[in-house]
Design a protein around this ligand. Structure first.
Ligand code: TYD
Length: 408
């Protein structure tokens, strides 16, 4: 049970209590309903490290196991994003001697490292979930199916050497022991190497009220201030931060493995913006709490009204994010009878906690509802394009970002 900051060890200030929540990716069969795991989901803020974090988190092995149902390559947008990112990083950081080596933590099905494999550039993926690691290995991407711990870090240095770049996307925010992790990253990096990572950005969560980014797997909600503090402790310097549109608003952090490295003007501007937004003190989080409560009230109102007027509503995409919304708002199958999804591992199962059936996307398209509630709102462009026929026929989408509304 953590009540203290995972970085500074000081007492956390509670920001919000979401009540009892299941595992965000805990899609389950009917026979397992009575064995389902729940935990009290609360987030806290550390006044010193500036880190927003879950107060308690379920054990990692419950969340990331051999049947982890998240496959990065299912989204076209993410494929494009990672290909572009790989290309940018390689062109910017490759050495003249051409002995570049890149490590990725949480390489999933190989969506990012594919670029390096294709171009015959030395790479190594570390992926603890067996199913996705196997997909990546089958694509001939060099992959270790392991948790990145002290032993794994030592083994990497011994067997592969130190890396020029340590990359990670949507993974570091999942790892509770940030002190140990950051030391292990430093261990496998060259002296002048860089850690480049991206994660959903706290600034976007607060601005958009996207509280569904908060679920069991995300232990940290990073800000630029907090990332700077984490790496300062081990003599690494955050030199720049680059906003990204992925996952509904993310930040890419560039951290040099040296003390007192030169930082950019852009970084200064973004740091000032965070202070203005109020996320370096408790101010911004009072606003966030109010937004979350209002979002719940407005969403329930729309869904209940639609039901009263005889309109049918279904969920679009059984995202992990939707678990927080459904359980916090207590939305069950009387309001949303099913959710469609394209992930084979989720189809035929039920949503965590609220037990809404998950139907295959193809099958569910045969009889469409009047409204879809967009749980994969971070892929809104891709989805509205894909669903232009549904919209043409008068079908509508509901979203809760940046406020609850029917998309016109
Ligand atoms: P994502 O927002 O990446 O999920 P998470 O909140 O879990 O991080 O979306 C991935 C999920 O959404 C995955 O279950 C597949 C599903 N999905 C669809 O079913 N259809 C779609 O068009 C898209 C883009 C995603």
């Amino acid at each position: 049970m953590v009540k203290n900051c995972r970085l500074s060890n000081l007492k956390l200030k509670k920001i919000f209590d979401f009540g009892k929540q299941p595992l965000g990716n805990g899609f389950l069969k009917k026979k397992n309903f009575n064995k389902e795991f729940f935990f009290r989901m609360e987030i806290g803020f550390c006044m010193q490290s500036k880190l927003v974090q879950l107060i308690k988190q379920p054990p990692p092995k419950m969340m990331f196991h051999s049947k982890y149902p998240f496959f990065s390559s299912l989204s076209k947008n993410m494929q494009q994003h990672f290909e572009k990112t790989a290309n940018q990083i390689y062109l910017k950081y490759k050495r003249k001697k051409n002995n570049f080596f890149i490590i990725e933590l949480g390489s999933n099905d190989g969506i990012f490292l594919e670029y390096f494999r294709k171009n015959k550039i030395k790479h190594l993926g570390i992926e603890p979930a067996k199913n996705v690691a196997t997909i990546s290995k089958n694509k001939k991407i060099q992959t270790l199916n392991k948790f990145f711990d002290d032993k794994c870090a030592n083994e990497i240095v011994k067997n592969y050497g130190k890396a020029d770049i340590f990359f990670s996307a949507n993974v570091i925010c999942h790892i509770p022991n940030i002190t140990k992790l950051s030391k292990n990253i430093k261990k496998v990096l060259n002296k002048d190497g860089y850690l480049i990572f991206e994660d959903p950005y706290l600034g976007d969560i607060v601005k958009k009220g996207s509280y569904d980014q908060i679920y069991d797997e995300h232990v940290f909600f990073f800000s630029i201030h907090s990332v700077r503090n984490i790496f300062k402790k081990i003599d690494m310097t955050l030199i720049d931060a680059l906003p990204q549109t992925t996952h509904g608003g993310s930040m890419r952090y560039i951290i040099k493995n040296s003390l007192n490295a030169k930082t950019t003007k852009n970084l200064d501007i973004l740091l000032k913006n965070e202070t203005k937004l109020g996320i370096t003190s408790l101010k911004g989080f009072t606003k966030l709490s109010n937004k979350i409560k209002k979002s719940k009230k407005d969403l329930l109102k729309i869904l209940k009204n639609l039901k009263k007027n005889g309109k049918s509503v279904a969920g679009y995409a059984a995202t992990s994010k939707s678990t927080t919304i459904l359980n916090y708002c207590k939305i069950k199958s009387d309001l949303i009878p099913y959710i469609n999804d394209t992930t084979p591992l989720k189809i035929g199962k039920f949503s965590p906690g609220m037990h809404i059936p998950i139907k295959s996307y193809e099958k569910s398209k045969k009889t469409e509802p009047d409204y879809y509630i967009l749980f994969a709102w971070n892929h809104i462009k891709e989805i509205l394009k894909k669903e232009r026929n549904f919209i043409k026929k008068g079908g509508k989408f509901i979203t809760h970002i940046p406020k609850v509304r029917i998309i016109k």
